[in-house]
Design a binder for this molecule. Sequence first.
Ligand SMILES: N[C@@H](CCC(=O)N[C@@H](CS)C(=O)NCC(=O)O)C(=O)O
Length: 235
Amino acid sequence: MKSILLHDLAALDGRRPSPFCWRAKYALAHKGLAFEASPVSMTDIRKLYGGAHETVPIIEDGERTVCDSWAIADYLDEAYPDRPRIFASPGERGLCRFIEASMFPSVVVHLFYAYVKDIHDVLPEKDRVYFRESREKRLGCALEEAAAGREARIENARAGLESLRVMLGQLGQPFVAGESPGYGDYVVASFLLWIASVATAPLLRADDPLLAWFERVRDLHGGIGRTATVNAIAG
Ligand SMILES: N[C@@H](CCC(=O)N[C@@H](CS)C(=O)NCC(=O)O)C(=O)O
């Protein structure tokens, strides 16, 4: 079988900062599908497929091209029904969407402010002007201003992870998805891999009980979560 092509956001020194691309890589690995990750810089995404897509991940599987991490997960379950399912039921998919939706206001928005300048700094030179302009428009301020006093933002993000900390630490559930790993784990771990890819200040405390789970998820599927350069996420 020809391997699937995944367009993955490129950054300097072998870093792969896109959380959505991490999810797609975990989804492909969960299905046991061979894939080739092709790094693409942010300003080159629109040069692929005649400008049909504005974001990565994008996969190309034979004749089919699919953009968007959720669409990719759905496509893989539909196209490869005999392989392990990403979503065992529509209910599992719905709960994974809830996990993502609940993380945006409680965790992701704080991470974005706290680490936006770090993200900028690991992008290739050619992407930096575009990234700065587009993100400053979104933030309504300079990247440096967004990241100023980021300790409070980092504290907020840590607090937003508390329910996961209780479940995976205190209650000892091995994975977000239960006894074995699933897409819920990939959603959460991919946000942490995003930060680990760029962070110049640790997100988690060194004794955070989430760390053991994060390392377990990085080890999954032949250590897929270790296939790119990262900084320390805790300290
Ligand atoms: N909802 C999309 C979001 C994808 C997304 O935002 N990707 C970012 C990288 S993390 C991107 O390609 N941005 C290109 C740009 O900002 O021009 C998904 O789940 O795949």
